[in-house]
Design a protein around this ligand. Structure first.
Ligand SMILES: C[S@@+](CC[C@H](N)C(=O)[O-])C[C@H]1O[C@@H](n2cnc3c(N)ncnc32)[C@H](O)[C@@H]1O
Length: 240
């Protein structure tokens, strides 16, 4: 649940005691969206149901979380949804893993940093997707032999060593399954594309993920002069 009020937002769980600069607030076990809660100093907060973009803004951050736009591209380009089994690495903050679970998929995600993995598990519980996301602590590259005995509908990679998994993607994916690799750098992207070609994947496409915000004010409407929205390169491929 999300608490909003006084230009503040807090992600909370039922039963939690929240300390804020506006007083202490007890979140009831039976809290519902639409409720109004009050701190012990009398400040009111509204209760909202959590939506996808809230994960990016309110999860505890470890590995750089994927921005909502790029989450949308991954989900749109792979069609990940209900009934799909997804292999994801690295978990990082867990925004992508949680978002795919919210879209209905079961996600197995690997994080090699044990502290990051612990935080990600807590984030999954906050997002109420912990039954659909299994966070395993470990290096996904070391696990590929075991994982290749299973088959996944979608494979999502957001790691610098993604090519080491891409070369095994045909063994990990079902027929027609999708691979999506996100990289902030051209150099890694090139190796990902070459590796995907060598491994025999099909329909390989790379796009820069970029978006321009518009400023709309009394003088007129134009692209914002704030920093441009490059975040990375998304390579999508498919097993024949
Ligand atoms: C950019 S973050 C991933 C963010 C994530 N997609 C999200 O939306 O929150 C990359 C994470 O991958 C982890 N990592 C890097 N290489 C890995 C590997 N081979 N196996 C497992 N985790 C790995 C890093 O520790 C880091 O936390």
């Amino acid at each position: 649940m999300l608490l909003t009020g006084e230009d503040r937002e807090y992600l909370v769980e039922p039963g939690e005691e929240l300390g804020t600069d506006l007083g202490v607030l007890e979140v009831p076990e039976d809290v519902e969206p639409g409720d109004t809660l009050e701190t012990h100093l009398g400040t009111e907060f509204r209760v909202r149901r959590l939506r996808g973009p809230d994960l990016f803004h309110h999860f505890e951050r470890t590995g750089a979380p994927m921005v909502p736009r790029d989450v949308g591209l991954v989900i749109g380009e792979t069609g990940v949804g209900t009934g799909d089994r997804v292999l994801d690495a690295g978990t990082g903050t867990g925004v992508l893993a949680a978002s795919m679970a919210r879209a209905g998929a079961s996600v197995l995600t690997y994080e090699r940093n044990p502290e990051f993995a612990d935080v990600a598990r807590e984030n999954m519980a906050l997002a109420n997707v912990d039954e659909r996301v299994e966070v395993r602590t470990g290096n996904v590259v070391d696990e590929v032999d075991d994982l290749a005995t299973e088959r996944f509908d979608v494979l999502t990679l957001d790691t610098g060593d993604a090519p080491a998994v891409v070369e095994r993607a045909p063994e990990l994916l079902v027929e027609g399954g999708f691979l999506a690799v996100y990289s902030p750098f051209v150099e890694t992207t090139r190796v990902v594309v070459e590796t995907a070609r060598e491994s025999g994947l099909d329909s390989i496409v790379t796009r820069e993920t970029i978006q321009r915000e518009l400023d709309v004010d009394e003088r007129g409407t134009r692209p914002s002069t704030a920093p441009v929205g490059h975040t990375g390169y998304l390579t999508v491929a498919r097993r024949e």
